[in-house]
Design a protein around this ligand. Structure first.
Ligand code: ADP
Ligand code: MG
Length: 472
């Protein structure tokens, strides 16, 4: 086990496993293990996983993720069929052993189930012999599983459940390609479950390669230690869009994400925010890839205060330092709500999740109650300070330099040009992002025009360049 104290163990009033379509032998095992109620991640993920959907589940260490996938793969299992039916990929041998142990504990009332762990550092021979005798469930590290596949000692064409456990750590350890290779060898019919404690960028990329229309479950800490503070403001329907500006002027975040339920609402809100003087951008499915990149780059490098998006457009977005998430409309779907507000309060930063609700939305908020841990906090817009203050100005601005990876431009070249001849200080330069055709540089907003002038007059890597300031 990790040295974390299990922080999200079920509360006495948590949902019971009885409500799930689990076979009786698993219900008995749970009782014997004294798993009386589900942990939050189990309650959120098991109904989805047991219904057969692919799943991306994120919850911190110690929240009970192992049982969530173990119960699913055991439910999917046919004990009479002697072939690899479930495969769990884990980052290390220790974790693989722990997972195998937990599966064994939960499978205690299933007769003749064979669970095998296959990790590097142990001899191949005995593993191969065990595989020849047939095993229902395999738990192993990606590298070793790949070795067995390549040598033909392992077949995964009868697989029904593939689990990636601690996917973030596997990516950190450089297992990306191995995982993709292994997944390609698995039966296309299988269900894939991805579990992770954090949600780095690579996860979305990995998932898009071989998960099939995955549902996403993200779990926040729901007890006192929670970093996300949730507040609800009641507004009249006609005040809703104006109210977003009121919230932003009061809370004054450097970066905020505003969720709308529709594309049209995104467009309307963007118009209102621009009229009020905000530096706002929107992400929607109609953008070309290049435009989408530009929006994301400006938002991530703190050149844009507020990004307006629908849930679909914001999928896979991974942005640190998001101080505020605004729900412009209440979503009726608790999963989406959790997913939205999980964008803030990351990496030990505190965050606000602010929701605008019309009187007719209040019952929807009540439905979110069980997922929030505690009563929603209702406030009045009229009590907010700063309603008439100037909108916050982003600290940075973004310059686009024509020329990128194709021209072999590197961040260091740009930084060198800025701090060398042009005479700017390292601290005045923010994130530098190189794409195929362009390079984007964040610089302190008050020097942005000066930088454009100097770069346009000077050279980068001995060549003249075209530069422009991106406005928003
Ligand atoms: P994670 O994989 O999320 O880090 P684990 O699956 O290792 O967390 O679970 C942490 C601990 O919580 C383990 O000791 C496990 O036995 C225990 N546990 C898991 N689910 C329950 C439950 N429903 N009730 C009580 N204890 C549980
Ligand atoms: Mg785990």
């Amino acid at each position: 086990m990790t040295d974390n104290i299990p922080p999200s163990l079920p509360t006495p009033a948590g949902p019971s496993f009885d409500e799930l379509p689990l076979p009786p032998h698993l219900q008995s095992a749970l009782r014997q293990l004294e798993y009386l109620t589900m942990t939050p991640i189990q309650a959120a993920s098991l109904p989805i996983a047991l219904a057969g959907h692919d799943l991306i589940a994120q919850a911190k260490t110690g929240s009970g993720k192992t049982a969530a996938f173990a119960l699913t793969l055991l439910t999917n299992l046919n004990p009479r069929y002697f072939a690899a039916q479930a495969l769990v990929l884990c980052p290390t041998r220790e974790l693989a052993e722990q997972v195998a142990q937990e599966i064994r504990r939960l499978a205690r009332f299933m007769a003749n189930i064979k669970i095998l762990s296959l990790c590097g550092g142990a001899a191949m021979g005995p593993q191969r012999t065990s595989l020849e005798h047939g095993a229902h469930i395999l738990v192993g590290t990606p590298g070793r599983i790949m070795d067995h596949l390549e040598r033909g000692s392992l077949k995964l064409d009868g697989l029904n459940t593939l689990v990636l456990d601690e996917a973030d750590r596997m990516l950190d350890m450089g297992f990306y390609d191995d995982i993709v290779y292994v997944a390609q060898q698995c039966s296309a019919e299988r269900q894939t479950l991805l579990f992770s404690a954090t949600y780095p960028e690579g996860i979305a990329r990995l998932a898009s390669q071989f998960l099939h229309r995955p549902r996403e479950v993200k779990l926040l800490e729901r007890h006192e230690g929670s970093k996300i503070r949730q507040r609800f403001y009641e507004v009249k329907p006609e005040e809703r869009l104006q109210a977003v500006g009121v919230l932003l002027r009061h809370y004054r975040p450097v970066s905020a994400l505003a969720f709308c339920n529709t594309k049209q609402q995104c467009r309307d809100l963007l118009k209102v925010l621009h009229t009020q003087g905000f530096h706002a951008l929107t992400l929607n499915g109609d953008l070309e890839q290049r435009e989408r990149d530009q929006v994301l780059i400006q938002f991530a490098n703190r050149s844009c205060s507020v990004l307006v998006a629908t849930d679909v457009a914001a999928r896979g977005l991974d942005i640190a330092q998001l101080e505020v998430v605004i729900n412009v409309d209440v979503t009726p779907d608790p999963e989406i709500y959790i997913h939205r507000i999980g964008r803030t309060g990351r990496a030990d930063e505190e965050g606000w999740a602010l929701s605008l609700c019309s009187p007719s939305d209040t019952h929807r908020v009540a439905a979110l109650g069980p997922l929030m841990g505690g009563e929603p906090e209702w406030l009045r817009l009229s009590t907010l300070q700063g309603g008439n203050d100037e909108p916050p100005v982003p600290p940075m601005a973004t310059l686009q330099i024509l020329g990128g990876r194709k021209e072999k431009l590197r961040p260091g070249d740009v930084l060198g040009a800025l701090t060398g001849e042009a005479g700017f200080k390292r601290e005045q330069v923010g994130k530098i992002t190189v794409t195929d055709q362009s390079t984007y540089v964040a610089v302190d907003r008050d020097i942005a025009r000066d930088v454009v002038r100097k770069l346009a007059a000077g050279k980068i890597k001995g060549k003249a360049v075209k530069v422009r300031l991106l406005e928003n």
